[in-house]
Design a protein around this ligand. Structure first.
Ligand SMILES: [Zn+2]
Length: 412
C-alpha cells in the first residue's frame, strides 16, 4: 500500500530543514542544510532496501537491483533543493513519492526484474549558483563544462568547492558522472503542477504529454531621445511606445495559437530613463516563448520579429534581435502515457492530459530514455511559501506512479 501518513510525515519532516532568516522552505543546493536533507533522504532510501551513493555532480541516487542481471533501471527522480522562500512540495514530492514506491515494493515483496533507482537531482532550481538550474541532470547528460564549476554563490564559494565539501571529485563529472542513451530503460517524475489548470478543472492529477520547448531572446528598440515638453506628438521616435506595441503583439500571437503555447516579455530596461526625456532605447531582454511543438514555437518567434519590424517601420524606429536559447521540447513516451491512462482508469482516477510549461529534470533525461511525468494539482502558485497540495492528491498520484513503475520494472 502507498502510505498517506508516511508521505505526509516525510514531506513535513523534510520541510523543517531550511536555511535560517528566510521564509517557507529555503534549501539551496550543496549547503549545510542540503547535506542534512541528503542524510534524511538517504535514511529513507536505505529503509526501502536501496544502496545509496552520490554521483560526482552531487545527485543522490538510491538503487535496488532486480532479478535479471544487467537489466537497465526504471528511474524515478526529482529534486530536494528549493528557491529562497520556497514551498515544501516543489521537487520533494517526486523524491519522497519515488521512495514510497520502492518502500511499497519492499513491503509487499513485489518481484522486480529491472533495478529501481530513485534520484534527488542536484540544484534543479539554480538558486545558489544562478546559472540556469537543472545542474544535476545537465551534468548527467554532458551539458556541463569546466566553467560551470567556477560559478560562485553570493559568498564567493565556487561550485567546485561546494561539491568538494560533499566529499566529491567534480572532475569526475566529465567521466564517471556521464550517462549515455540506453543506460536507463525509463525515467518517471512526479511534480506539483505549479499552475492553476488542474485546480480550476477540479482534477487531482495530470498525465504529461511533454515538456514545452523554450525560446529566450532579446529585442532592442532604438528611437530618438528628445524633450518631452517641446516635441510634438507627431514628431517623436519613442522607443518605449514601439516596445509596448511589441509586448501586446506577443500576447496576441501566443493567445491566438492557444495552450500550451505561452509568450512573455519578462524584463525591459528603458533608457535613458530620465523623467524629462523621451526614451531612445528599450532593451527587452526577457523574451520567453514556450510551446510543445518546436516548429510552432519558432513560428511564434518569427511572427513576433516580423511584427516588430513592421512596428519599427511605422514609427521610424530601429529594432534588432538577439536569440539566446532555443531548447527543444521533450515528449513523453506515448506507450507510457497510454499505460498511465489505463492504470488511472482502473483506479477510477480523474486525470487530465496536459503539457508542462515549466522545465524539469525529465527534459534532460528524455535524451537518455523514454520518459513519463505525473502532475499533482497544486494551489497558491509555486516558488513561494503558500504553495500547497492536498496529501490525498499526492497519494493518488504516487499510486499511479507506483503502478506505472511496477509495470515496467517487471519487464525484461
Ligand atoms: Zn521543481
Amino acid at each position: 500500500m502507498i502510505n498517506l501518513n508516511r508521505l505526509n510525515e516525510r514531506i513535513e519532516e523534510l520541510s523543517k530543514i531550511t536555511e535560517e532568516n528566510w521564509e517557507g522552505v529555503s534549501r539551496r543546493a550543496l549547503t549545510e542544510e542540503d547535506k542534512r536533507a541528503h542524510e534524511l533522504v538517504k535514511s529513507w532510501m536505505e529503509k526501502a532496501g536501496m544502496k545509496v551513493f552520490l554521483d560526482p555532480a552531487g545527485n543522490l541516487i538510491g538503487r535496488k537491483e532486480g532479478t535479471v542481471a544487467n537489466a537497465k533501471p526504471v528511474t524515478i527522480g526529482s529534486h530536494i533543493d528549493s528557491v529562497l522562500n520556497g514551498g515544501k512540495y516543489d521537487g520533494t514530492i517526486g523524491v519522497i513519492g519515488g521512495i514510497e514506491v520502492a518502500q511499497h515494493i519492499a513491503e509487499e515483496s513485489i518481484e522486480i526484474k529491472r533495478p529501481i533507482e530513485i534520484i534527488a537531482f542536484c540544484e534543479e532550481e539554480g538558486s545558489r549558483f544562478g546559472d540556469g538550474g537543472v545542474f544535476g541532470s545537465r551534468a548527467m547528460t554532458g551539458k556541463i563544462t569546466k566553467d560551470h564549476l567556477e560559478a560562485t554563490d553570493e559568498k564567493g564559494i565556487t561550485r567546485r568547492e561546494a561539491l568538494e565539501s560533499f566529499g566529491l571529485n567534480p572532475d569526475e563529472i566529465f567521466t564517471k558522472g556521464l550517462r549515455k542513451k540506453g543506460d536507463m530503460s525509463l525515467y518517471l517524475e512526479m511534480h506539483i503542477e505549479q499552475g492553476p489548470t488542474l485546480e480550476s478543472k477540479g482534477v487531482p492529477v495530470g498525465i504529461i504529454s511533454g515538456i514545452n520547448g523554450r525560446y529566450f531572446g532579446e529585442i532592442i528598440v532604438e528611437g530618438e531621445a528628445n524633450h518631452v515638453g517641446a516635441t510634438p506628438m507627431d514628431q517623436r521616435y519613442d522607443a518605449l511606445v514601439g516596445a509596448s506595441e511589441i509586448v501586446i503583439a506577443l500576447e496576441e500571437i501566443a493567445s491566438k495559437v492557444g495552450a500550451p503555447a505561452v509568450g512573455t516579455v519578462a524584463k525591459m530596461e528603458v533608457l535613458p530613463g530620465f523623467k524629462n526625456v523621451i526614451p531612445d532605447r528599450v532593451e527587452m531582454s526577457g523574451i520567453d516563448i514556450r510551446d510543445l511543438d518546436n516548429k510552432r514555437r519558432d513560428e511564434i518567434v518569427d511572427e513576433l520579429q516580423n511584427t516588430a519590424l513592421r512596428v519599427a517601420e511605422n514609427r521610424g524606429l530601429k529594432v534588432s534581435f538577439y536569440d539566446q536559447l532555443r531548447m527543444s521540447s521533450a515528449l513523453s513516451s506515448q506507450q507510457v502515457i497510454n499505460k498511465m491512462k489505463e492504470e488511472a482508469e482502473k483506479m477510477n482516477l480523474n486525470y487530465l492530459e496536459m503539457a508542462s510549461g515549466a522545465c524539469h529534470d525529465a527534459q534532460f533525461m528524455a535524451e537518455l530514455c523514454d520518459i513519463g511525468m505525473i502532475f499533482v494539482r497544486s494551489t497558491g502558485g509555486s516558488h513561494n511559501p503558500k504553495e500547497s497540495a492536498r496529501i490525498e492528491d499526492i497519494t493518488l498520484a504516487t499510486e499511479l506512479l507506483s503502478k506505472t513503475a511496477i509495470h515496467y520494472l517487471q519487464q525484461n
